[in-house]
Design a protein around this ligand. Structure first.
Ligand code: GLN
Length: 542
């Protein structure tokens, strides 16, 4: 079948969940047996979000091919179980860079280079890149930002043109917000009407409206919106708040979003999507009674999007362990020797978060020492693993000034040091060790047992690494380097085998955890946390 293109735009306000709607639609189409991919076009000028502070746009996600990407790509993968790549996330910066490179090469043959047609042509070329591979039946394109923003205009113009070029192979979904005015007890449709009008002004008539709402939207209000916005009444769908984002695909299916998209693109609608594995997950999620309490120690905890993939991985792992996730965020800057016991003692497991720079680092050491000494299941990820190494060096090896050269370039004991290939790099963007690399695990390690195999591939995003010159000393004192990159002998995983569950990974296992394929390390970590809780509860009962 010819590739179908679905565009998802947003109006009224940001944060409506375009990524979740796109992901839910993709999840349903995939469950109908189609090959689906989702891509995000971000109107900002950064080449990629890799250089952005997490406070700006939340977590930076990493694709298998080493692209630093918008966190929505994490949702795409979690909902579809299909890996994304660099081609799935394009920014205005990338578009302009490519156009300017072409101009410098002389590709435009003396023409004046302009937003229309050159920028829009470049956007259109990128929109169709994945579709042109022949690997996908549906390409869903999410346009970042809100309709009406100056910076999204070239994208909307490209969508307008593509609609004509693609004909029936194209559908536009517009997501808006229907506020509820409590004093008047009324749902208000005017913002939606205005936002659709704004789309129409740039020449786009949406085919489907998805209305984000906190209250059920009655049929008469939907009809009114349909009438004022030139949309078929059955194509006005509500997206009401639900306790978990993983319920959204079912909510969308119950209003036939997948079928409407198929009908509008001329795809015959037969049967139902095969959602059994997804429903199995939701069943577990709904039936979990007991909880598992995990603490996440990091410096961006006020802003939970900063650790999106870790949160979701933990949630999936808890669900598959038949537990509700009780996730506590602990600000690493606030952890001190005086309060650590109070902050951590009720936790079943502790995650030490990834990160960059000195801020909050000392609190991570305090938390780690407490966890190590109290034998609490502990999981260090990237910087968290590096902190495990540093804390162990200081406290067990007696190297009191041990550090990473990221935090102290002149430390006498650089147990974490800049990778050799990083030493000549001065540009910050896209230059870390990025993407999926192989890791060989020792068969008797906790990690190998969790994965059920010794050869794994996980994604990375770092410049610093374990310094192998210290390896023997660590091993002799009980911290084992149980995972290694087979090509470069970089240490990827450390463990304390005489502990319940004390594992640090230089890589980020959270990026590969999906609803249908939860990451085994997270599942095993949560299992250990539950066992630890059960043990304590049994002790208390005695
Ligand atoms: N700052 C550390 C490094 O660059 C860890 C990075 C991370 O946690 N993603 O090596």
């Amino acid at each position: 079948m010819e590739t179908k293109y679905i565009f998802v735009t947003g109006g009224v306000v940001s944060s409506l969940g375009k990524g979740i709607i796109s992901s839910s639609l993709a999840c349903l189409l995939k469950a109908r047996g189609y090959r689906v991919t989702i891509q995000k076009f971000d109107p900002y000028i950064n080449i990629d979000p890799g250089t952005l502070n997490p406070y700006e746009h939340g977590e930076c996600y990493v694709t298998v091919d080493g692209h630093e990407a918008d966190l929505d790509l994490g949702h795409y993968e979690r909902f579809t179980n299909v890996p994304t790549t660099r081609a799935n996330n394009v920014t205005t910066g990338r578009i302009y860079q490519s156009v300017i490179d072409k101009e410098r090469r002389g590709d435009y043959l003396g023409k004046t280079v302009q937003i229309i047609p050159h920028i829009t042509d470049e956007i259109k070329r990128n929109v169709k890149l994945l579709g042109n591979t022949g690997n996908f039946d549906f390409v869903i394109t999410e346009i970042g930002g809100t309709v009406g923003d100056i910076e999204s205009l070239p994208y909307l113009e490209s969508v307008r043109q593509l609609r004509w070029e693609l004909g029936q192979n194209c559908v536009c979904i517009h997501l808006t917000y229907v506020p509820y005015i409590r004093a008047a007890k009324e749902l208000k449709t005017k913002p939606t009407q205005h936002s659709v009008k704004q789309l129409q002004e740039v020449g786009i008539q949406p085919d489907i409206l998805v209305l984000r709402t906190e209250h059920d939207i009655p049929a008469n209000v939907r009809r009114k919106i349909a009438q004022f916005c030139n949309v078929a009444p059955d194509a006005v769908i509500q997206s009401i708040d639900v306790p978990s984002i993983y319920e959204v695909p079912l909510k969308m299916h119950s209003q036939h979003l997948d079928e409407i998209v198929m009908k509008k693109t001329g795809v015959p609608v037969e049967g139902e999507p095969h959602m059994a594995p997804w429903l199995h997950f939701l069943d577990k999620m709904h039936n979990a009674e007991k909880s598992v309490r995990i603490g996440l120690v990091g410096k961006y905890v006020e802003f939970q999007d900063a650790y999106k993939s870790i949160n979701e991985s933990l949630f999936q792992a808890a669900t598959y362990n038949d537990r509700r996730l009780d996730l506590r965020f602990i600000h690493s800057e606030k952890v001190t020797d005086a309060n650590v016991d109070e902050l951590l003692r009720d936790l079943d497991g502790v995650i030490i978060a990834p990160g960059f720079g000195q801020r909050g680092i000392e609190g991570k050491f305090v938390a780690l020492k407490w966890c190590r000494e109290h034998d609490v299941p502990t999981f260090g990820i990237c910087l968290g693993m590096q902190c495990m190494v540093i804390e162990f060096a200081r406290d067990v090896l007696g190297l009191t000034e041990a550090n990473s050269t990221e935090m102290n370039p002149t430390t006498p004991d650089n147990v974490i040091d800049l990778m050799e290939e990083q030493k000549s790099i001065s540009n910050m963007g896209g230059t870390m060790r990025l993407g999926a690399y192989a890791c060989r695990l020792q068969p008797d390690s906790v990690a190998a047992r969790a994965y059920g195999k010794t050869d794994v591939k996980e994604r990375h995003r770092h410049r610093f690494e374990f310094n192998n010159e210290y390896r023997q000393r660590f091993e002799d004192a009980g911290m084992k380097c149980v995972g290694e990159n087979p090509d470069a002998n970089l240490v990827e995983v450390v463990e304390l085998p005489d502990h319940r569950w004390f594992v640090g990974t230089q890589y980020h296992p959270e990026y590969s955890s999906t609803v249908l394929n939860p990451n085994p390390l997270f599942v095993d970590f949560v299992k250990a946390a539950i066992a630890y809780r059960d043990e304590r509860e049994a002790g208390d009962a005695k």
